[in-house]
Design a protein around this ligand. Structure first.
Ligand code: MF3
Ligand code: CO
Ligand code: CO
Length: 236
């Protein structure tokens, strides 16, 4: 897990150094594909349930699962790049929302609060923590800033498969859910909207998830190992 997660982390850093206005989202995906392969890993999303690319590149109102295309990145966009890589039979999964050029104060704040939501969820996280404490921490922080939490998509366990049990919602009631155990690896991935929490699933491509009101959304994800006395972020 550490090995595949290290590849994901390095790939996202590479994307961060190279992503810029004028590139298409397909060019971003080419960077991702080449980097993952050069590390001796494979992109898990390529061919996953028919998904056609090595990354999900989701611009502005696209929440997640944006299929790389001829869409050109422009100044002021916020772009979530979500990558899963497999090495030696194990997966790592992480996402960052990148800022393209001059991004409005409003959108920058959304991206910042979304990252903070992840770290709020990590506070006190360890073996024995009730699962829905994670979502409760994310939801409390997002809503305190007037944002909303996507309900239709959730985080997940990860290991030999990209998606394993349990589901890890970004909302929930404190003190409820299964108790986490040392050795579990889960993906915590807040998807936070500026407006409504409601989303639409594309009827055309079967993947793209967009906000129902067209307002921006941000995404931040890491693979996390639960330990006896804490939690280790494997993709950071
Ligand atoms: N990486 C995504 C997640 O965080 C899953 C993408 S599946 C794909 O769960 F097929 F859309 F790539
Ligand atoms: Co992901
Ligand atoms: Co994930």
């Amino acid at each position: 897990m550490r090995e595949s997660c290290r590849v994901v982390k390095k790939t996202l850093e590479f994307v961060g150094r190279n992503i810029r206005a004028g590139m298409t989202t397909k060019q971003v995906d080419e960077l991702v594909y080449k980097y993952i392969i050069s590390e001796g890993a494979t992109p898990s999303s390529l061919g996953y349930c028919g998904y056609p690319a090595s990354s999900c590149v989701s611009v502005n109102e696209v929440v997640v699962h944006g299929i790389p295309s001829d869409r050109v990145l422009s100044d002021g966009d916020i772009v979530s790049v979500d990558i899963t890589a497999e090495k030696n039979g194990y997966n790592g999964d992480a996402a960052r929302t990148f800022l393209i050029g001059n991004v409005s104060e409003e959108k920058r704040k959304l991206v910042k609060v979304t990252e903070e939501c992840f770290f709020k969820a990590l506070e006190g996280l360890r073996a024995g923590t009730p699962l829905y404490d994670i979502g409760n921490a994310v939801q409390t922080h997002a809503e305190s800033h007037g944002y909303s939490v996507v309900r239709a998509l959730v985080g997940h366990g990860i290991g030999r498969e990209m998606h394993e049990d349990p589901s890890v919602p970004n909302y929930g009631k404190k003190g409820t859910g299964m108790r986490l155990k040392a050795g579990m690896t889960i993906c915590i991935e807040p998807m936070i909207n500026m407006g409504t929490y409601k989303v639409n699933f594309s009827r055309e491509d079967g993947w793209t998830v967009t906000t129902a009101d067209g307002l921006p959304s941000a995404h931040y994800e890491n693979t996390v190992l639960i330990t006896e006395d804490g939690a280790e972020i494997l993709t950071l």
